[in-house]
Ligand binder design. Structure first.
Ligand SMILES: N[C@@H](CCC(=O)N[C@@H](CS)C(=O)NCC(=O)O)C(=O)O
Length: 500
């Protein structure tokens, strides 16, 4: 016989009929009094038939600690009848020995570095046999119900457990068109920064695609950037807010939405593009922002014409890089009212299909796999993810690269890269997308070479932060990783040299 005993005024422990426990409890009560411990466990005691330990769980300054733990070998075979022996194993009433026992045991109980909470007792339920089956079932049911509620808050899902991404609410564009709602700002003293502000978190793949295009096209002059980081509660908060933002109490992206769209009640997602001149939100849809930058890019063949036609945008230092874009978006369905400008747009409808597949099966596909709340939803998403990646591998092999369309960089490359960049290091473990690996070079040799090529393009490493991304994902998606432990690897090295 052994017991877990609460040392508070718990009726069960005294009525347990276990010889010596009354004295044990009395000893700890005296101890508590001497040490001025005001609160104590009222959780009661649990008696088990199996051999094991005697443990006392006082609440010490409000925190439950294991106060004493002894194996059966250390106590007499009839501990319940051997009160003298029991006393010897319990904290004595002497201040010195009892405090060392408590201190030692407090160390044993461990510390959670983040919250400062002492870790709780261990009941060892799974070792206790059939008597605990009901308790285990109840705990599982309770835990899963809470998990489903939390998952649904994090990622709304259908009745079949399939993740359903909420639509983006703001779909405006910065445009060169006459009378545009959000015009390209006039150059002032050689710079046009200062009007549009892009709120982005480096860990977010949707922000990453926007930052990639901004960097590749050298359009930093058009959009200022306010960096965000995820807070432990999962809300984006501003890193080093400007003095204006601080003055207006703009600390999180939620505050930003409130400031620029007071009546908005939806998800406060990043990326977010705002017009600081009119105080309005331009867009919170990454595919639209990418498309907008592609449309505003100075294509090599346009450079002379552009210098004449449009003095408003400083010639971008594009060093020959241009990004081909499709007819439709690589994100949520685009605004049908919007007409793309045609220069630089692909006439090949294959690009649209490619963009659509990359979005639904890969970019959103990893989220559909990771946020699925049923086995079938996860399997479906995972299968379509890897079959789409197989198709990308085959395409790169067929075209001979270096890009998905062959020699022309396109939206397809900038949309695919952020997901491939995170696949091994984050999604494989956190979202259970581990069927194949990119960085091993065995499953996807062409994709692995392609990813390193994209990473090694000018400006890309500066906006691609794998270490920060891993930490952000593993510590901010609480329902997926409540322990918030960040795995040690894998850690693909995208800077490895290319052989060709
Ligand atoms: N459709 C949006 C999706 C953006 C998105 O889901 N962003 C995530 C970060 S990776 C976010 O801000 N989530 C916060 C939330 O859902 O509350 C886009 O592509 O721009």
């Amino acid at each position: 016989m052994f017991a877990f005993v609460g040392v508070g005024p718990c009726p069960q422990e005294l009525s347990a009929g276990v010889g010596g426990l009354e004295r044990a409890a009395a000893a700890v009560r005296t101890e508590r009094k001497q040490r001025n411990i005001s609160r104590c466990s009222t959780a009661g005691s649990v008696l088990c038939r199996k051999r094991g330990v005697v443990a006392l769980f006082p609440k010490f300054r409000g925190t439950r600690v294991i106060c004493k733990e002894r194996s059966r070998d250390e106590i007499s075979p009839r501990a319940e009848d051997n009160s003298a022996r029991m006393d010897a194993n319990l904290p004595s009433t002497s201040a010195d020995t009892s405090s060392s026992a408590l201190d030692e045991d407090r160390n044993v109980s461990g510390q959670n570095g983040k919250t400062g909470l002492k870790l709780p007792l261990r009941l060892g339920i799974l070792e206790r046999g059939a008597a605990f089956a009901a308790l285990v079932s109840f705990a599982r049911f309770f835990w899963k119900s809470i998990w489903l509620i939390m998952m649904n808050e994090l990622a709304p899902s259908s009745a079949k457990g399939e993740y359903q991404r909420p639509p983006s609410a703001f779909r405006g564009r910065i445009s060169r068109e006459l009378g545009a709602e959000f015009p390209v700002p006039q150059a002032a003293e050689g710079t046009v920064t200062g009007r549009y502000m892009l709120y982005v978190g480096l860990s977010c793949p949707w922000c990453h695609r926007v930052l990639l295009v901004r960097a590749l096209l050298g359009m930093e002059h058009l959009l200022d950037v306010q960096l965000l980081e995820p807070s432990p509660s999962g809300v984006w908060r501003l890193c080093n807010p400007t003095s204006d933002a601080a003055k207006e109490n703009e600390r999180t992206v939620r505050d930003t939405y409130r400031k620029f769209a007071p009546s908005y009640r939806g998800r406060c997602t990043a990326p977010l593009l705002v017009d600081t001149h009119t105080g309005r939100i331009v867009s919170n849809e990454s595919a639209d922002i990418v498309r907008m930058l592609c449309e505003l890019q100075v294509l090599p063949q346009q450079q002379t014409a552009k210098a004449v036609l449009d003095q408003s945008i400083k010639a971008a230092p594009i060093s020959g890089i241009s990004i081909m874009w499709g007819n439709r978006g690589g994100g949520q369905p685009a605004d049908p009212a919007h007409k793309d400008s045609s220069a630089g747009r692909s006439t090949d409808s294959g690009l649209d299909e490619l963009l659509q597949r990359i979005y639904s099966d890969i970019n959103n596909g990893v989220y559909r796999a990771g946020f699925a709340t049923t086995q079938s939803a996860h399997e479906e998403a995972s299968r379509s993810l890897f079959s789409a990646l197989d198709a990308m591998e085959a395409r790169l092999q067929a075209t001979g690269g270096p890009f998905l369309l062959g020699t022309q960089l396109s939206e397809a490359d900038v949309f695919l890269f952020p997901t491939v960049f995170r696949l091994d290091a984050v999604y494989a473990t956190l979202f259970r997308c581990a069927t194949k690996r990119i960085c091993s070079g065995n499953d996807y040799p062409h994709l692995w070479a392609w990813a390193r090529r994209i990473y090694q393009m000018p400006g890309v490493p500066e906006v691609s932060d794998l270490e920060g991304t891993r930490t952000a994902y593993f510590t901010s998606l609480f329902p997926l990783n409540p322990g918030m432990i960040v795995p040690v690897g894998p850690f693909p090295d995208f800077s490895l040299p290319l052989n060709d």
